[in-house]
Ligand binder design. Sequence first.
Ligand code: HEC
Length: 129
Amino acid sequence: MKKLSAALLLLSTAVFAQPYDNSLTEEAIKARLAPVGSVYLAGAATEVAAPTGPRSGEQVYQAACFACHGTGALGAPKTTADWEARLAKGRDVLIEHAINGFNAMPPRGTCMDCSDDEIAAAIDFMTAK
Ligand code: HEC
């Protein structure tokens, strides 16, 4: 019962906090169709400096690969011993598998805006740890 009333309270505050715009003007429709977070991103773009070059292997690893390779999720290689066995295939094969995907390893480790070089740098970082 406590959980239910908490949920109802949350729901009602959410409804009152953002009154739903029911109008059908073009502006109102565009606003409703805008991707979630675009307002935040537009604001952030003025504060965050534009990227000056490729991300380092560590940056890509932290942002895209750590979720699986830092935890071993889905059987992702994590330890030095895990990686030694993989490295026996050759670095080029690992890069190719990371870019195109390999079993439960998603293409580009889900980093769709990572360049091939950034993926390779992330692999070098992971396998050197
Ligand atoms: C959703 C989880 C997940 C993410 C995110 C992920 N990986 Fe993987 N990765 C895996 C799994 C699982 C495997 C093991 C696949 C297998 O051997 O069947 C793997 C294997 C690999 C391999 C070895 C491939 C081989 O031939 O043995 C490389 C290299 C690799 N990942 C690189 C990356 C890089 C670089 C990133 C980040 C850009 C990344 N992965 C992000 C799950 C992930």
